[in-house]
Design a protein around this ligand. Structure first.
Ligand SMILES: C[S@@+](CC[C@H](N)C(=O)[O-])C[C@H]1O[C@@H](n2cnc3c(N)ncnc32)[C@H](O)[C@@H]1O
Length: 272
């Protein structure tokens, strides 16, 4: 029997999913994404006279980096929880607003620079997300966009997919974000940035370790339960993958830390 229920959005495309993640994201992910956000913002020629937009700001990694230059920052996210967290910093030069990055409620050419760190790549219509960044950036202004250099993403997603690919190369569930796969390729990433209305993107690669805390590796499979790669495994396969994960962690951990090197691509381009 076919259900007449509308399809449930993917977790990444559901603001309620991110609303629930605010505290965990700030504690576990933001220290890691900040390393990339600082690098993305450093490519922008901005200072106290600049107006800067951060698209899909999350807990504000890139917005905070831009605000440190003295720029006036608008930080947007579709999650009310994320927006509230950024507002709670109480910085006079950050305005946080709830909106969809695929249809910005902002005027044309309103910003000297726009940035999106691991945001636009998740949008169902990531092309619209890039076009919207171009629309609101003034001609001659700049943009910096960070994506993962793997269609499997980064950090724990990447670790899990590497182990599944090793054990079951024919049974890897692709990550359900088309932007993640498309933009992970530097040539296609550059072409997408140009198609959105920017010129001559410079693409740089940057790698940092995500530090997974593994005080009790016996629990490790709990971490992966909600990940697309994990849900594609049957019971026998998930048990084998969990064993391989534990063994890899035991061999490579330093104390209770396990490093997962993750590489991003950062495109910096000018608005035509
Ligand atoms: C991986 S987090 C990145 C957050 C932050 N930029 C960072 O680097 O830490 C992705 C963010 O995108 C936001 N997001 C996802 N889809 C969105 C959309 N269509 N419009 C606006 N924000 C969106 C989520 O709420 C989440 O805060």
């Amino acid at each position: 029997m076919q259900s007449s229920e509308p399809a449930k959005p993917l977790p990444y495309n559901d603001p309620a999913h991110w609303d629930k993640m605010v505290t965990a994201y700030e504690a576990q992910s933001q220290p890691f994404t900040t390393l990339f956000a600082d690098a993305a913002v450093a490519t922008l020629p901005i200072g106290p006279a600049s107006k800067v937009l951060d698209v899909a700001t999350g807990t504000g990694a890139a917005a905070l980096a831009a605000a440190r230059t003295g720029a006036a920052v608008t930080a947007i996210d579709f999650s009310a929880g994320m927006v509230a967290r950024v507002r709670a910093h109480g910085l006079p030069n950050i305005e946080a607003r709830q909106m969809d990055g695929q249809a910005l409620d902002l005027p044309d050419a309103a910003f000297d620079a726009s940035v999106s760190v691991f945001g636009v790549m998740l949008f169902p219509d990531w092309r619209a997300g890039l076009r919207e960044m171009a629309r609101v950036t003034r001609p001659g202004g700049s943009a910096s966009i960070a994506v993962w250099k793997s269609a499997d993403g980064a950090a724990v997603h990447l670790l899990l997919s590497q182990i599944i690919r090793r054990l079951y190369p024919d049974n890897v569930t692709p990550m359900p974000c088309t932007g993640l796969a498309e933009l992970a390729d530097p040539t296609r990433f550059a072409a997408a940035v140009i198609a959105a209305g920017f010129s001559e993107p410079a693409i740089t690669e940057i790698t940092h370790d995500f530090t997974l805390k593994v005080a009790d590796p016996a629990d490790i499979d709990k971490l992966f339960e909600f990940m697309p790669h994990w849900s594609g495994l049957d019971a026998g396969q998930s048990a084998a993958v969990a064993r391989a994960l534990r063994s890899e962690i035991e061999q490579r951990r330093t104390g209770d830390s396990f490093a997962i090197p993750s590489t991003a691509l950062i495109a910096t381009a000018q608005r035509t």
